[in-house]
Design a protein around this ligand. Structure first.
Ligand SMILES: Cc1ncc(COP(=O)(O)O)c(C=O)c1O
Length: 433
C-alpha cells in the first residue's frame, strides 16, 4: 500500500496501474518551481502552497484552497476538464490522469478542497451522498457487525437493512446519545460505529469524542455523517473519527442544483482504501458537478452563518407558541444535547424540526405555505420544508419511525437566506386554524 499524497494522486488506483500492475510516479499538483519563478506573488511551489494552506483560518481556506487559480492560464476558477480519458504523450512516462473514473483534475480539486476543510488525509467525490456512504460501508465484510445511530438518515437505514444485510453485514441501531446502549451493543464481530450528529430529523446530539475514544479502545472504525453541520461548524477528524461523510447535495453545494457525496479519510491508509472503493465501484462525481460543488462551497461560511441566525430565531418563535407539540433545535436552552454540541461544534446549524401534533395539521400547513420549497432535501439558499414521514423517512416502517421519535406531525425546516421575518409570517399564516 502506498501512502499520503501519492495515494491521493492515485497511481495505485488508476486504470493503467490496474491493467499493467505497474505503479506510476505521482507528479506534484499545483505549480512547478519554474511557474513560481515567473509569477510575482500568487504562484507558489506545491510545498509552499501546502504550508500556507495549513496555517490559514477556515474562512480563508474556503476561498484560497490551493486550486482557486488555474496555473496554466491564471483563470479565476478550476477548469472543467470534460474528458473521459487522457492522452499518453510518452508511453514511457504515463500521464498523471489516465481515465476519469480513476481520477479527473476537476474532481481532484474538489477532493483536495474537502480534505483540506475537514483536515483529512484524502477526500473522494461521489455521485451522491448515498454513493459516498455506500462506498465507505463497503470497507466492511460479510460477518461484520456495525453499531449505528438509530435515527440515521432513511436512505442509510435502507442501505443497512435491505442491502448490506443481504451481504451478512449486521447492524444494531442504538440511541447514540447513550454510551451505555453503545457499550451493550458490542459483539465479538463488531467492526464499526456509524454516527450522524445532529441526527436527522430529531437533531439528537452524539458526543463524537466520547464515542470515538470508546470505539478506538475496541479497534472499531468510526464514521460520521457530517451533512448537517459541515466542516464550517464541526470537524470530526479533529476528534479522532476515521471517515467523515457528506451528502454534499445539501449545505456544501448549497443551491439545490447538484447531487453529490463526499468522503474524507483521517489517515493515508484509509484514504487509499476509500480510493480503491471509489475506483472499484465507479460511483464518481462528474467534472461539471465537481465544478458546481467547488463554486457552491466557496460561500459555505457566509451561507451557514446567515442561515443559522434565521434558524435560531425560528426555533425560539416556535418554542414560544403554545400550539407546537415539540421543537427540536440544538441551540434552544432546553435541548438535552446543547452542552455537547457547544463542546464539539462552533454552531447549531440551520435545521429546525418541529411537531405540529398530527398528520392532518402537518399536511394542511404544507399545502398553505408559500415561501419554502416543500421538498425532500435541505441546506440550500432557499428554505426547504420537508415532511420526513413521507419523504426522507418513508423507507422506515411507521412503528420504527414512531419509536425513534419521528411522529406523524413532524416537519423539518431548513432555513435558507430569505428574510427570517418573512419566513415566520408565512409559517404563521400556514399554522392558523
Ligand atoms: C444526513 C444525510 N445523509 C445522507 C443523505 C443522502 O444523500 P444524497 O441524497 O445526496 O444521496 C442525506 C439526504 O437527504 C442526508 O440528509
Amino acid at each position: 500500500m502506498t501512502t499520503g499524497r501519492d495515494d491521493k494522486n492515485h497511481p495505485a488506483g488508476s486504470e493503467a496501474s490496474l491493467e499493467t500492475g505497474t505503479e506510476k510516479t505521482a507528479q506534484p499538483q499545483g505549480r512547478t518551481p519554474e511557474q513560481a519563478d515567473k509569477a510575482p506573488s500568487q504562484l507558489q511551489t506545491p510545498e509552499q502552497s501546502a504550508e500556507s494552506l495549513a496555517g490559514r483560518h477556515f474562512d480563508t481556506k474556503l476561498i484560497h484552497f490551493g486550486a482557486e487559480i488555474d496555473p496554466a492560464t491564471g483563470a479565476s476558477s478550476v477548469p472543467i476538464y470534460q474528458a473521459s480519458t487522457f492522452h499518453h504523450f510518452n508511453i514511457y512516462d504515463p500521464p498523471q490522469y489516465d481515465y476519469s473514473r480513476s481520477g479527473s483534475p476537476t474532481r481532484q480539486a474538489l477532493e483536495d478542497y474537502i480534505s483540506l476543510l475537514e483536515g483529512g488525509a484524502g477526500g473522494y467525490a461521489f455521485a451522491s451522498g448515498m454513493a459516498a456512504i455506500s462506498a465507505a460501508l463497503m470497507m466492511f465484510s460479510a460477518g461484520d457487525h456495525l453499531i449505528v445511530t438509530e435515527d440515521v438518515y432513511g436512505g442509510t437505514y435502507r442501505l443497512l437493512t435491505t442491502i448490506l444485510s443481504r451481504m451478512q453485514i449486521e447492524t444494531t441501531f442504538v440511541d447514540m446519545t447513550d454510551l451505555e446502549q453503545i457499550r451493550a451493543a458490542l459483539r465479538p464481530n463488531t467492526r464499526g460505529v456509524y454516527m450522524e450528529t445532529p441526527s436527522n430529523p430529531t437533531l439528537k446530539i452524539t458526543d463524537v469524542g466520547a464515542v470515538t475514544a470508546w470505539a478506538q479502545e475496541h479497534n472499531l472504525l468510526t464514521l460520521v455523517d457530517n451533512t448537517f453541520m459541515t466542516p464550517y461548524y464541526q470537524r470530526p477528524i479533529e476528534q479522532g473519527v476515521d471517515i467523515v461523510l457528506h451528502s454534499a447535495t445539501k449545505f456544501l453545494g448549497g443551491h439545490s442544483d447538484v447531487l453529490a457525496g463526499l468522503a474524507v479519510a483521517r489517515t493515508p491508509e484509509l484514504a487509499a482504501e476509500l480510493k480503491k472503493l471509489q475506483n472499484g465501484l465507479g460511483t464518481v462525481l462528474g467534472p461539471q458537478d465537481s465544478w458546481l460543488m467547488i463554486r457552491g462551497m466557496k460561500t459555505l461560511g457566509a451561507r451557514m452563518e446567515r442561515s443559522e441566525i434565521g434558524a435560531r430565531r425560528l426555533a425560539e418563535w416556535l418554542a414560544e407558541r403554545g400550539d407546537i407539540a415539540s421543537v427540536y433545535y440544538p441551540g434552544l436552552p432546553g435541548h438535552p444535547g446543547r452542552e455537547i454540541q457547544e463542546k464539539q461544534s462552533t454552531g447549531y446549524g440551520a435545521v429546525v424540526s418541529f411537531d405540529v401534533g398530527s398528520e392532518e395539521r402537518a399536511k394542511r400547513l404544507l399545502n398553505r405555505i408559500k415561501l419554502p420549497l416543500v421538498a425532500v432535501s435541505l441546506g440550500a439558499v432557499e428554505s426547504i420544508l420537508s415532511y420526513p414521514p413521507m419523504m426522507s423517512h418513508a423507507a422506515m416502517p411507521r412503528e420504527v419511525r414512531l419509536e425513534r421519535g419521528i411522529g406523524d406531525g413532524l416537519l423539518r425546516f431548513s432555513v435558507g437566506l430569505e428574510n427570517i421575518e418573512d419566513l415566520i409570517a408565512d409559517l404563521e399564516q400556514a399554522l392558523a386554524d
